[in-house]
Design a protein around this ligand. Structure first.
Ligand code: ADP
Ligand code: ZN
Ligand code: ZN
Length: 710
């Protein structure tokens, strides 16, 4: 009797790969292997004619698992130098793909450092050995000397006590700017790491380049306690090698603390014990391209799944988090709210002054009393910070004779006038052309400029301060910080250093200067033209504007000082409730009022939103595609319990409807019930995929769950 030889490849693997969108592949693909490969392992597999990286999602004996309809191919190689990604990480990726309706493989592979996607087994082996050697060398270098942390205030202690008492849960740390929230994160991290020699903490921040101080603070506090290299800093500005190194240190538990931007939320951390999300309201936690996700929301899911506490900190919490932490009539909120109502330095928040711009001559850029206050500030050796959320010299150029304006030929937007390099530049597609000397249509040499930008403000304030001297007798110095002035390598750091050292008297800038910085000598902050934001149709515009202004106000008077700090607002709507709330530093009151409006209008957080988006050669094509998909999805849902809870709006163009000659449209899907929305989006996803080949003018589509700009 002959026995059949055992098959050479007795194991079947489900492998998550990042397949092209048009392939329709969203689930792991089946491959064969000679030996068992643990889930979470990195592999290389053939896909079509290519060789691609993949992550093993399942492994079973081939004779005990169902074969797919296609012919399976063998796995090329296993990248065994990398320990398998653990079950918690895989659950996080699976949740992300499910919740945001993206393909599992796309999310999983996008979460890896880019370098890891290109290496084969031999190269990875070499890389990991080099990293290990470097880590050993690093570990033997002496950490900086420890410095004594400040004694926590009574409020900080109370917050820490509340967090320590719970094994898990969401904490909203609502603390005014400068109240010592970072100190609370650091002490909570320290406590979590001391409780377990392997424990790891994840600290998310909106933008690391803007606040290099924070990374420094963590390193200075924790490396003396935990060793050199115990703090890994992770953000998208690192080189591929740096990013791989930091990621690998987190994954292998060598790093005890991961401090990073939104990309860091998907870092594998096998011993995660605590998460902190600084400035949890910040829009940059939302990934707007490719796999769209909210790092803040994923962090909350992650903490829940790992059963660890998470601290969301902000002076201006998102209305979602505010609502979730508001006690309900029948019990506490889902999140526990902790308050730090005082600044750590004991200094007061700035006094707010509103300047009625209807009472100054037309064309006034800086109202006379504000200008006087800035001059006094410079003379006293203090700094002033002027906030204007528009870069360039002017938003546009116009000809008053023939009506020509500097529209972008490729976008439905004006090109801004940049005086520094004399270009007309589109901030959407990047098209830059020399400024015409005269109107290109009629030859009129007298072209007018539209709304003022930071370049012009810088020039005007410098001129207005020409006669003003600092206490040391030197002329006043003005510096501009915006995306244009900080493009070069190291420019932002150099600019910020100039502010910190006191070389700068007046700082002009966009929202880049409003966030997070611990400027010690700023005594005056002014919002030059905040009204524009109130005209936006986005229902979150008021929330975003007040948050920005309160953050900006928070830059003033951080150090103890005799003279109280000032926040100036130039507005044509001085009675607007938003500015009244700013004057009272009253986020709680504003949030309550906004939530009432949102409830009445059935807007988030009382309802849940998603967008179906399409880019196409024409608006009509985008609309036709979205309408067809929504209709088919609605029909597919008919009879299901979800159907009654869903509203499909008609498609509309995006506010900037054309960018780089691509027409953009979106269709709003609303539901009061999460599960119904998820069901509707699943149906829509199926239809978008199925209908796409018939709509040839469509370039790409996407689903945006919990969108920020609506
Ligand atoms: P936030 O994160 O709320 O803006 P920070 O944690 O940056 O505030 O604290 C603001 C400043 O106050 C920092 O310079 C910090 O070192 C200091 N600080 C924080 N807590 C205390 C404290 N308990 N005693 C003295 N200074 C403190
Ligand atoms: Zn003209
Ligand atoms: Zn353009």
């Amino acid at each position: 009797m002959s026995v059949a030889a055992p098959p050479a490849l007795p194991w079947r693997l489900g492998v998550a790969v990042s397949a092209p969108a048009h392939s329709g592949i969203t689930a792991p693909l089946s491959y064969l292997a000679a030996s068992a490969v643990p889930p979470g392992s990195l592999v290389r597999v053939p896909l079509g004619k290519r060789d691609v990286p993949g992550i093993v999602w399942a492994c079973a004996p081939a004779d005990a698992s169902p074969a797919p309809e296609y012919a399976e191919r063998p796995v090329r190689e296993v990248l065994a130098a990398l320990p398998p990604l653990d079950a918690h990480w895989r659950a996080l990726i699976a949740f992300t793909a499910r919740y945001y309706h993206s393909a599992l493989g796309e999310v999983a592979l996008a979460a890896l450092p880019p370098a890891l996607r290109t290496l084969d087994a031999a190269k990875l082996d070499g890389s990991m050995k080099r990293l290990e050697k470097r880590a050993q060398k690093l570990g033997s270098t002496a950490p900086p000397a420890p410095e004594a942390p400040p004694q926590p205030s009574a409020e900080q202690s109370a917050a820490l006590e509340a967090i320590a008492q719970q094994q898990a849960g969401v904490f909203l740390l609502f603390g005014v700017t400068g109240s010592g929230k970072t100190e609370v994160y650091m002490r909570a991290v320290q406590r979590a790491l001391e409780a377990d020699a392997k424990a790891q903490a994840l600290v998310l921040v909106p933008e690391i380049n803007l606040t290099p101080q924070l990374a420094e603070r963590f390193t200075r506090r924790f490396e003396p306690l935990l060793g050199t290299g115990s703090v890994a800093v992770l953000h998208s500005g690192l080189t591929p090698a740096q990013r791989l190194a930091a990621w690998a240190r987190a994954h292998t538990s060598a790093a005890r603390i991961v401090l990073g931007t939104r990309v860091a939320v998907l870092t594998p951390m096998p011993h995660l014990a605590l998460i902190a999300v600084d400035e949890e309201h910040d829009a940059s936690y939302k990934q707007q391209e490719g796999a769209r996700y909210s790092a803040r929301d994923l962090a909350i899911w992650r903490a829940h799944h790992a059963r660890v506490p998470i601290i969301l900190g902000s002076a201006t919490p998102s209305l979602e988090s505010w609502h979730a932490s508001t006690p309900a009539p029948d019990g506490p909120g889902r999140y526990q709210r902790l308050q730090l109502p005082q600044r750590a330095s004991g200094s007061a928040l700035p006094a707010v002054r509103r300047v009625d711009m209807r009472r100054v001559p037309r064309g006034t850029v800086i109202a006379p009393p504000l200008l006087e206050a800035i001059r006094a500030c410079v003379r006293a050796g203090q700094q002033a910070l002027l906030l204007l959320n528009r870069r360039g010299w002017a938003a546009a150029l116009h000809c008053n004779d023939c009506g020509w304006s500097s529209e972008c030929p490729h976008c439905s937007a004006w090109r801004a006038f940049h005086k520094s390099d004399r270009t007309l530049r589109c901030h959407h597609c990047g098209l830059a052309q020399p400024v015409p000397r005269a109107c290109p249509e009629c030859g009129n040499p007298d072209i007018g400029t539209g709304t003022l930008g930071t370049e012009q403000l810088e020039e005007r304030i410098a001129a207005a301060l020409a006669e003003v001297q600092r206490p040391d007798g030197e002329a006043a110095r003005v510096l501009r910080i915006d995306a244009d002035s900080t493009r070069g390598v190291g420019q932002l750091d150099a600019h910020l250093a100039a502010v910190h050292s006191g070389d700068v008297d007046v700082l002009v800038g966009t929202q880049m200067i409003a966030k997070g910085h611990d400027f010690r000598r700023v005594a005056l902050v002014a919002a030059i033209n905040p009204d524009a934001a109130l005209l936006s149709s986005d229902f979150r515009a008021p929330e975003r504007l007040l948050a920005l202004l309160m953050q900006a106000a928070g830059r003033a008077g951080r150090a103890e000082s005799e003279t109280p700090a000032q926040m100036w607002v130039q507005t044509t709507m001085p009675q607007h409730p938003l500015f009244a709330a700013l004057a009272r530093h009253d986020w709680a009151g504003f949030a309550a009022q906004q939530l009432d409006e949102r409830r009445a209008a059935a807007l988030p957080p009382y309802t849940h939103l998603a967008l179906l988006r399409a880019d196409a050669k024409t608006q009509e094509a985008a609309h036709a595609f979205l309408t067809a998909a929504a209709r088919a999805a609605g029909e597919a849902l008919q009879g299901s319990p979800a159907a009654a809870h869903i509203t499909w709006s008609p498609p509309v163009p995006l506010p900037v409807q054309r960018v780089a000659n691509v027409e953009r449209a979106q269709l709003l899907v609303e539901s009061r019930a999460r599960p119904a929305l998820a069901a509707a989006l699943a149906a829509a996803e199926t239809q978008l995929r199925a209908l796409r080949p018939q709509h040839r003018a469509v370039i790409r589509w996407a689903i945006d769950v919990d969108p920020l700009g609506v």
